[in-house]
Design a protein around this ligand. Sequence first.
Ligand code: ZN
Length: 126
Amino acid sequence: MFREVCEEEGNRERREHLLLIRTSKPATRPIVDFYTERLTAAVRKAISQLRSKGTIVCSCGATSPNIRLLLPNGMVADVHCIHRMVFHRNEVPHSELDKINSLRFGEEKPTDSELILPPTTNRGWG
Ligand SMILES: [Zn+2]
């Protein structure tokens, strides 16, 4: 245990990623369920936010500043993670759903700004 804590500072890339996936399809009809709500609660309790250069550009055209989030359980996500869960659920691997299932920070409904709505021209559901 103690060794792990000491190594943390120099080995940030070894942290487990959550939903840092690249999507390739347009947005689907939004899905807000307990997975989404568990993720939202964890994101709101993020320990820190790290703004990196550039912009996150999703396959559906939704964009936002490139901000990494350190979740309270030590996992690293980014500001698009809720968006991917809601608009790209069919591209989210089961392994990511399992990680979200293990989050224990409550369940909260995401707001529109947390969802990062896709451009209307690029929504698969019209
Ligand atoms: Zn998207």
